[in-house]
Each structure stands twice: as structure tokens, then as C-alpha cells.
Design a binder for this molecule. Structure first.
Ligand code: E4P
Length: 226
């Protein structure tokens, strides 16, 4: 499973891109609005940080297919590189996805809450579907099971569409979608840190440091090998 950062905050993205093996960045209108900045400059800066080879997913806000297609083309021109336009699932979104597929623009169909929405999106030519795991859990549904069923449907029908699981609150959800076969997961910088951390790791490193210092004082490995 590949990891992406779900953010529009340049600092968070810069940090995530420097320290973690991320495959790209996803944003949504809420995340962009939080930054209160110029959209065009934000997209260029963002692309500048991750480079052209990593995926960048940016969402449209138009409601009609023609408007979505127009926004997708403008976003694609602005973002360049490996770009995917995020479009919320629905009649207009599905129509726009089919048009964009023929025009060679990558599509991520987002705000997916059921396997049937995902199957329709894949049939319309979407490259990715983004099921919202935590938002499903929050309404007493089962986000991980939904991801599992989408992965199974794509396998059964040999669809190339990939599952980009989104909306996470904790590492358990992240781990369970990985086991369910999600191709990608997009998470906050904070959740990446939680996934990389463990108190037993900290205590193991403290033990190594203590034993090392008892034998070599403040000298490091590099000092001893100079
Ligand atoms: C994904 O496309 C969305 O940007 C996002 O993951 C939604 O996450 P939230 O439920 O934490 O807002």
C-alpha cells in the first residue's frame, strides 16, 4: 500500500515529503480553504515541493459535468506532472469522468461511501476511488469492510481502478485497509508520525544509548570510525 499526505499545508507537506516515503499528496476544498491562500500559487508550490513524478490530487467544486471538465483541465494545466482531478461521485461527476478519461486527464472519484458507487466510478474510467473510512465508522457503518468489498469487486471484474482509502482517525483503520488490499491510503502528517512510532521503540533506543554511553561516553559511531 502506498501512502499519500492528505493536506494543503505547505509545511506539513514539506515535512512529510522529506521524512516519509510518500507517493503524493491529496487535497480537498476544506483543506485548501483552511490555508486562505491563492489557489494557483498553492498548487504550484505544492508541485514544487513534491516534484513532477509524485501524484497530486486536487478537487473540483463545479456542480455540472461541463464545469467539472473545465476546472479539471485548468487544474491539470496548473499542476502538471502526475496529476489526478478529484471529483465527487454523482451523475454529473460520472459524466465528467468519462469525458476526462477520453481527454487523457487522470480522475480520482471521491466522497465514496458504498461499493456500488466505487464500481460505477471504475466503469466510468476513474483511475482511483476514495472511500471515506472514518466518516463511515462515525455513522456506525464499517469503513474497512467497505474498502474490502471495493477491492474484491475490482478484483472480480479485473478493473484497473485503484482504491485510495481516505478519511482516517487512527493507525488501526490504516492497518486494516492495508490488510484489505487498498492500493493507497491518504493520511495527515500526524497519522504518519503515529504509524511510524511506538513507545517500545523509544525504550529500545534509550537502552542502546545507555549501554553505548557506558562503554564509549559521548563518542559516536562516526567518531570511532574516523
Ligand atoms: C479524501 O479525499 C478527503 O480529502 C479526506 O481524506 C477526508 O478526510 P476527513 O474525513 O478526515 O475530512
Amino acid at each position: 500500500m502506498k501512502y499519500l499526505i492528505d493536506s494543503a499545508n505547505l509545511e506539513e507537506i514539506r515535512h512529510g515529503n522529506e521524512f516519509y516515503p510518500i507517493a503524493g499528496v491529496t487535497t480537498n476544498p476544506t483543506l485548501v480553504a483552511k490555508e486562505e491562500t491563492d489557489l494557483k500559487a498553492l498548487i504550484s508550490d505544492l508541485r514544487g515541493i513534491i516534484g513532477g513524478k509524485k501524484m497530486l490530487h486536487v478537487q473540483t467544486t463545479a456542480k455540472k459535468a461541463e464545469g467539472i471538465v473545465r476546472e479539471a483541465e485548468l487544474l491539470s494545466d496548473t499542476a502538471g506532472g502526475d496529476f489526478y482531478v478529484k471529483i465527487p461521485i454523482g451523475e454529473e461527476g460520472l459524466k465528467a469522468a468519462s469525458i476526462l478519461k477520453k481527454r487523457g486527464i487522470g480522475v480520482t472519484m471521491t466522497a465514496i461511501f458504498t461499493p456500488q458507487q466505487a464500481l460505477l466510478a471504475a466503469n466510468a474510467g476513474a483511475d482511483f476511488v476514495a472511500p471515506y473510512v472514518n466518516r463511515l465508522d462515525n455513522i456506525s457503518a464499517n469503513g474497512v469492510q467497505t474498502v474490502e468489498e471495493i477491492v474484491r469487486l475490482f478484483d472480480i471484474y479485473m478493473l484497473e481502478c485503484q482504491v485510495l482509502a481516505a478519511s482516517f482517525k487512527n493507525v488501526r483503520q490504516l492497518h486494516e485497509v492495508a490488510l484489505a488490499g487498498a492500493h493507497c491510503a491518504t493520511v495527515s502528517g500526524g497519522l504518519l508520525l503515529s504509524a511510524a512510532s511506538h513507545p517500545m521503540t523509544d525504550s529500545a533506543v534509550q537502552g542502546f544509548d545507555r549501554d553505548w554511553a557506558a562503554a564509549y561516553g559521548s563518542r559516536s559511531v562516526a567518531d570511532l570510525l574516523k
